[in-house]
Design a protein around this ligand. Structure first.
Ligand SMILES: NC(=O)c1ccc[n+]([C@@H]2O[C@H](COP(=O)([O-])OP(=O)(O)OC[C@H]3O[C@@H](n4cnc5c(N)ncnc54)[C@H](OP(=O)(O)O)[C@@H]3O)[C@@H](O)[C@H]2O)c1
Length: 319
């Protein structure tokens, strides 16, 4: 039990994490840039936005652990003239500002929610990213996360504060948005999907599983100064994911066969190249390091987590 500052508590992952940390008996302070939309399981610290200027001293008073979950992510239609610059200001300068002040305030441990995309946007078949894989980010978001990781590790090098870096692949769960939500909508409408040939394996992480790991990262002695890959531990070809998700929704997937090459051309014509890339590229994460080091295994199976996600979708079928 300890005093924890959580950023990103209004977001998809942060909301679930806040509930979890409070349930575990942590004293929670939530750093938010917008007024809370609902009752929150902790006291609120309001700030203007992640950048290099925030004064965190009041937020950090009495805090032992920080989980930094806020970040610029999920930018579907980028409008910034220089996307890397905007990502950097938030994800690098903003994170480092918080971490420096945390170290000075005597915070013991700082957990940073990074991304598996730091390793790159795709893996070769049968060659998942491991903790030892060289980083090779292929977009501005992932580059900014890698730069933040490096700056945080440099900060931790003098031993004043422990840093834990967690690299999740795509996170899904109740209330998921973006591409995963779109897949559920397609399945729910009973649309025939040209993805029977999508045999590429994807690692995913259920939000409940990620939250379980992040909570453990706050105080497990072996997590100190580690980079931790994480996944559900069961990689699925996209066609199989759609079948299982369809079953969970009670709408069996109607998949037909189109060669992947044609699918990509079609997707490009309809301006959906990024979506096709994500659906058809393999991206696997081997989280063996994390499991061995922390004695951790994800509490939910993929099927259990898909069932929770689908049930929530059903409960809000206006989606
Ligand atoms: N979801 C995934 O698949 C996934 C995978 C790998 C890593 N991650 C990482 O996990 C973290 C949380 O992701 P999420 O899926 O929960 O995203 P989300 O739902 O978009 O939430 C993002 C959170 O960050 C806050 N935030 C964004 N920009 C900010 C800024 N400039 N200043 C202050 N706060 C800001 C948001 O606050 P507002 O509510 O005020 O906007 C929100 O609380 C991110 O760091 C992301 O990179 C996510």
């Amino acid at each position: 039990m300890s005093a924890v500052l959580l950023t990103g508590g209004s977001g998809f992952i942060g909301q679930a994490l806040a509930a979890r940390l409070a349930a575990q008996g942590h004293r929670l302070r939530l750093a938010l840039r917008s007024p809370p939309q609902q009752a929150l399981p902790g006291e609120v610290f309001r700030f203007a936005g992640l950048n290099g200027d925030t004064d965190w001293s009041a937020a950090l008073a009495g805090i032992e652990g920080v989980i930094h979950c806020a970040g610029r992510a999920h930018v579907m239609k980028e409008s910034a003239a220089d996307p890397l610059d905007v990502f950097r200001r938030c994800n690098v300068d903003g994170s480092l500002r918080l971490a420096r002040q945390a170290a000075r305030a005597g915070v013991r441990r700082f957990v940073f929610v990074s991304t598996a995309k730091v390793w790159g946007g795709r893996t070769l078949p049968g060659q998942p990213f491991t903790v030892d894989s060289a980083p090779d980010p292929d977009d501005a978001y992932a580059r900014s996360k890698l730069e933040a990781e490096r700056a945080l590790r440099a900060l931790a090098a003098d031993g004043s504060m422990e840093v834990v870096i967690v690299r999740p692949p795509l996170v899904y769960g109740p209330g998921v948005k973006a591409n995963f939500l779109r897949l559920m909508q397609w399945l729910d409408r009973g649309w025939p999907l040209p993805l029977a040939a999508a045999h590429n394996q994807r690692s995913l992480i259920a939000r409940d599983n990620l939250v379980d790991l992040l909570a453990r990262c706050l105080d497990h002695p072996a997590a100190a100064n580690q980079v931790l890959p994480v996944s559900d531990g069961e990689d699925l070809p996209v066609a199989e994911l759609l079948r299982r998700l369809g079953n969970a929704l009670g709408k069996p997937a109607r998949l037909f066969h189109v060669p992947i090459r044609l699918l990509r051309i079609g997707a490009t014509l309809f301006g959906q190249q990024a979506m096709a890339d994500r659906l058809c590229a393999p991206l696997q994460v081997d989280d063996g390091h994390t499991r061995r080091l922390l004695g951790w295994s994800p509490p939910l199976t993929v099927d259990e987590a898909l069932a929770r996600t689908a049930a929530d979708f059903r409960a809000h079928s206006h989606h």
